[in-house]
Design a protein around this ligand. Structure first.
Ligand SMILES: [Fe+2]
Ligand SMILES: [Fe+2]
Length: 296
């Protein structure tokens, strides 16, 4: 199967072109108001409920409970609510859809949620823009959707990928390239392009295993890669049999040095370890929130 054939088979994801398309359209136009964003979110009740659950979770440590989307936008900001809305609509359309039997989606979602938080924590060390930090969160949340799509649309081949990882301890993306001829990052990158996602997010997903190959946005992609690797070290990988390097080895590796350099993070400081500590604080919350989001 070629990449083009695979992309053509994955076309029945209704939420992507509707609600998410609207969110992307509204937020990319300078004329759009807070009301426009709230209106499109309310057009999908289950999405609105999930956004409120997320806004009221301990991630945001709000003093008072937020009961409406308009209020959430005032309290958290337009960019943050846009980020949650994008992430939740991807979650609804990709993770909650039926099909695919070999992959533990809750595990995958937990990995993604933690990775999104980690990317945001790291991002706040190098950028100040709230919009950009919110975008980093979304990048982390959606970076591995290619795996869920592979499982859903091509379950037999994907089962062989998992077997290969278990038998030979190679990485998932290497196993995918052997079985499919392309990996989850490439597949998801192509689909996001088709769904007209912002270029920065496409690059983050497309190059998250190889930021050095990207022409643009290398800094943001490498922040995501670092967060991704950290999640693996914390035991939050998408598949239990994926090989792990070990935290000490990872932090000392040439790969980590290169990633830190590309991202602009001060490699020699304790910032990476501090970020890891912060990330650990979110582990229980990730489990709790994922349970709520996945319940019907
Ligand atoms: Fe990945
Ligand atoms: Fe990942």
């Amino acid at each position: 199967m070629t990449l083009d054939e695979a992309v053509a088979r994955i076309e029945d994801i209704p939420t992507i072109p509707t609600v998410l398309g609207e969110i992307l359209r509204i937020t990319s136009s300078e004329k759009s108001s807070v009301k426009d964003l709230a209106q499109v979110i309310y057009s999908d009740q289950s999405l609105a409920t999930k956004i409120l659950k997320m806004a009221n979770s301990s991630f945001y440590q709000l003093v008072q409970q937020v009961k409406s989307i308009d209020r959430a936008i005032v309290v958290l900001g337009f960019e943050e609510v846009r980020a949650i809305a994008m992430a939740m609509s991807v979650f609804d359309s990709v993770y909650l859809r039926r099909g695919g039997v070999y992959y533990n989606r809750l595990r995958s979602w937990n990995h993604s949620l933690l990775c999104g938080l980690g990317t945001r924590i790291l991002g706040s060390l190098v950028v100040k823009s709230r919009g950009l930090i919110a975008e980093l969160f979304v990048g982390g949340l959606i970076h591995d959707i290619g795996k869920v799509l592979m499982d859903r649309y091509f379950p037999e081949q994907f089962a062989r990928v998992l077997e290969l990882v278990e038998e030979t301890s190679i990485s998932m993306e290497a196993a995918e390239r052997k079985i499919f001829g392309f990996d989850h990052a490439l597949l998801a990158g192509r689909l996001l392009k088709k769904w007209k996602f912002p270029n920065q997010l496409i690059d983050m997903v497309l190059y998250h295993h190889h930021p050095e190959l990207a022409r643009d946005n290398q800094c943001w992609i490498s922040l995501l890669s670092i967060s991704d690797l950290m999640c693996h070290q914390l035991g939050y990988s998408t598949y239990a049999c994926e090989p792990k390097l070990g935290l000490r080895k990872l932090l000392r590796s040439e790969m980590m040095k290169g990633l830190a350099q590309m991202s602009g993070l001060p490699y020699k400081s304790h910032s990476l370890i501090d970020s890891l500590r912060k990330l650990k604080e979110h582990l229980t919350e990730v489990d709790r929130l994922s349970g709520i989001l996945l319940s019907p």
